[in-house]
Design a protein around this ligand. Structure first.
Ligand SMILES: C[S@@+](CC[C@H](N)C(=O)[O-])C[C@H]1O[C@@H](n2cnc3c(N)ncnc32)[C@H](O)[C@@H]1O
Length: 264
């Protein structure tokens, strides 16, 4: 009796692992979260689907009920996939669910996924680490309120990138806390919405401007990240999904993939 905890990645099904796609194709039941892209769910074929998502401020199934459901289904002989966006162990309560399943005597397989903490900024040419600019990165959650404060309270680390999840509605609070603890209002900052989906959107500016940024009205339903750090200001040139060399800054060239050999 086994439950497979699967990371669905940031959105685009092309970014699923092969193992995740196999688990979906061979299961009988998928329990999925609010942020799982519908295109990923399609890979579950004829398996039964059960929505167990939680969205802020709305009544939803409890964590205990989700675990109980998985235990019941697995004991009844069903091949259960628990599908979570990004990676199951990055602010996804995957650890708690794995422990609950193990405590019930079930085998648990973890299939990692690409976390939006890395792939989200990356989708807009922001590398979370970069030699000589950022020697590391921290991933923080803004839920529950103030949970990140102890990290910011140790002051700015110029060689770190700060990635905040569940933070769109807490931009003012994050900015206030950062400024209070010595971060510069000129520190490069970014907002990334719906990365790796067809509606992806990003803003780049400075920490001081972060609270005032108007999110596009037609994208306020999208999940998003806040990124702080010098890497945001890098004039990055990266290869986009369609094979062109792209740049986030105006005035630089876009080179077809075939010509990249010249740079190798
Ligand atoms: C409950 S956490 C889950 C994180 C997930 N386990 C991961 O590894 O990416 C949900 C948060 O992930 C981020 N997120 C999820 N999908 C995203 C996307 N496509 N673009 C930007 N941020 C996203 C948002 O910060 C959102 O509030």
């Amino acid at each position: 009796m086994k439950v497979t905890l699967v990371g669905a990645g940031p959105g685009d099904p092309d970014l699923l692992t092969v193992r995740a796609a196999r688990a979906l194709a061979s299961c009988d039941l998928v329990l999925y979260d609010a942020l799982v892209d519908p295109r990923v769910l399609e890979l579950a074929g004829t398996a039964a689907r059960f929505y167990v998502g939680k969205r802020a401020g709305r009544p939803s199934i409890t964590q205990e009920e989700i675990s109980a459901l998985m235990v019941r289904a697995a004991r009844a002989g069903r091949r259960v996939v628990r599908l979570k966006c990004g990676d199951p162990f990055v602010f996804g309560r995957g650890g708690e669910e794995a422990l609950a399943l193990a405590a019930a005597g079930l085998e648990v397989e973890i299939v990692p996924g690409i976390s939006t903490a890395i792939a989200g900024p990356g989708a807009f040419g922001i590398p979370v680490s970069h030699r000589g600019v950022a020697s590391g990165f921290v991933v923080l959650s803004a839920e529950p309120a103030q949970s990140y404060v102890s990290v910011l309270a140790s002051g700015p680390h110029p060689s770190l990138t700060y990635v905040f999840m569940m933070a769109l509605g807490r931009r003012a609070e994050i900015t206030r806390t950062a400024l209070t603890h010595g971060f510069s209002a000129m520190l490069p900052a970014a907002i990334v919405l719906g990365a790796h989906t067809s509606r992806a959107w990003a803003w780049k500016g400075t920490l001081g401007d972060l609270p005032q940024v108007e999110l596009p009205v037609d994208r306020r339903d999208l999940p998003g990240l806040v990124v702080l750090g010098e890497v945001v200001a890098l004039p990055t040139q990266l290869v986009s999904a369609d094979g062109t060399l792209v740049t986030m800054d105006d005035g630089t060239t876009s080179v077809p993939k075939e010509d990249l050999r010249e740079y190798a």
